[in-house]
Design a binder for this molecule. Structure first.
Ligand code: KDG
Ligand code: MG
Length: 405
């Protein structure tokens, strides 16, 4: 089966998505997600100028060889632009293989390890009361695991809160230049443990809780937070520090038994290799879309399994329904799957552009048995929503120093 054309779409139904469509001489086509929030057009250019010309006429069934060709063959390995572009191609090839076989992708991975996919939802608020109300609402919707974020008193626009936006799909997509937010570590560290204490006081210990630090602490500050959160028994503390120095996670470990999760900005197995083999993390949060696709995620999951690390794929709104479907197939298969982040299926525009194989019920996602990844992409509908320039925010300390957002 030969690749005859590769089309790259960049559209903005509710928010920007980059969609790869690979067509073959047998009439089967595959879809992949190559969305990199805030840097979408760099991936489009990489795909159109550097990848597409090399793949026309190639055998669409050679997924592994194509992955190696694009990874090793570039000489310039790794990085978010390259690995997101590779992910778009890789997912589309898995989609084609599934459709050609008449099987869902999870069957090609080895079949099901479970019947449904446990998810965690997000409870946010502009104050403690609002966050706890949202936590109560999610519990009543069946969620058994919930991420808690709250605006930090004295800091406007704290990460994870919705501010005046109606949902997550409307967040983080500023049409102007990057918005600037103010960060203060002392205010944050003095506040977060009390949020968790109030959550446990009000709702008890039956549900699991998580929290996303978004990489803003130093190792010793993160150790302090992890230690102070111990009484509230988190499922995990996410991105307590940046993972540029993988050894830094051992600092946190030395001081606390709060489980640690990291990985949403990882691009390859090399970004998590030392974290896994030193057993300094508990959950790996790489995303198929940013981490080289299904081929690469499967390898990361297998390495993690050897060291009792579970997978918890990144599931933000800036991954398209194709990327979420790729996670669902991986999650259903993966023996060491932990939990999937889930913030809903998006708004009306998205629902018209993409149809997906997932449904939510009482804390779990269910995956249909459609062949391939099971996603359809409506090109005519997508063309109604052209790309719109969009940036993630940046953070500064109160004196103006640029900080990690
Ligand atoms: O594009 C950045 C977002 O995907 C990220 O901020 C979301 O941290 C995030 C999460 O855990 O979902
Ligand atoms: Mg995160």
């Amino acid at each position: 089966m030969k690749i005859t054309a590769i089309k790259v779409f960049v559209n903005s139904p509710d928010r920007n998505f980059v969609t790869v469509k690979i067509e073959t001489d047998e009439g089967i086509y595959g879809l992949g997600d190559a969305t990199l929030n805030g840097r979408e057009l760099a991936v489009v250019a990489y795909l159109e100028n550097h990848i597409v010309p090399c793949l026309i006429g190639k055998d669409a069934s050679q997924i592994e060889d194509t992955w190696q060709y694009l990874y090793k063959g570039a000489y310039w390995r790794r990085g978010p632009i390259t690995m997101t572009a590779i992910a778009g191609i890789d997912m589309a090839l898995w989609d084609i293989k599934g459709k050609a076989a008449g099987l869902p992708v999870y069957q090609l991975l080895g079949g099901k390890s479970r019947s449904k996919i446990k998810v965690y939802g997000h409870a946010n608020g502009n104050n403690v009361e609002e966050t706890l109300d949202n936590l109560g609402r999610l519990i009543s919707e069946g969620y058994q695991t919930i991420r808690l974020q709250c605006a930090i008193p004295g800091l406007q626009d704290s990460y994870g809160t919705l501010a005046d936006k109606k949902d997550y799909y409307a967040l983080q997509s500023s049409r102007s230049l990057p918005p600037e937010q103010v960060w203060d570590t002392k205010k944050y560290l003095n506040f977060i443990p009390s949020l968790f204490q109030k959550a446990r006081d009000k709702y008890g210990y039956d549900m699991d809780l998580t929290h996303d630090v978004h990489s803003r602490l130093t190792p010793i500050e993160a150790a302090r937070l992890a230690k102070e959160l111990e009484p509230y028994k988190l499922l995990f503390l996410e991105d307590a520090i940046p993972a540029e120095n993988q050894d830094d996670f051992l600092q946190i470990r030395k001081h606390s038994t709060t489980p640690l999760a990291v990985g949403e900005v990882f691009n390859t197995i090399w970004d998590c290799k030392d974290l896994i083999t030193s057993q300094s993390i508990d959950y790996l949060r790489s995303a198929a879309t940013h981490s080289g696709g299904i081929t690469s995620m499967r390898r990361q999951a297998d390495l993690a399994a050897l060291y009792k690390v579970k997978t918890a794929p990144h599931g933000p709104p800036d991954i398209s329904p194709i990327g979420h479907a790729a996670h669902a197939h991986l999650n259903i298969w993966c023996p060491n799957f932990g939990i999937q982040e889930f913030v809903g299926f998006g708004g009306d525009q998205m629902q018209k552009v993409f149809s997906h194989p997932l449904s939510y019920e009482a804390g779990y996602l269910h995956l249909s048995d459609l062949p391939g990844l099971g996603v359809a992409f409506n090109e005519d509908e997508a063309s109604k929503y052209p790309y719109m320039r969009s940036y993630l925010p940046v953070s500064r300390l109160e004196d103006g120093t640029l900080w990690d957002w």
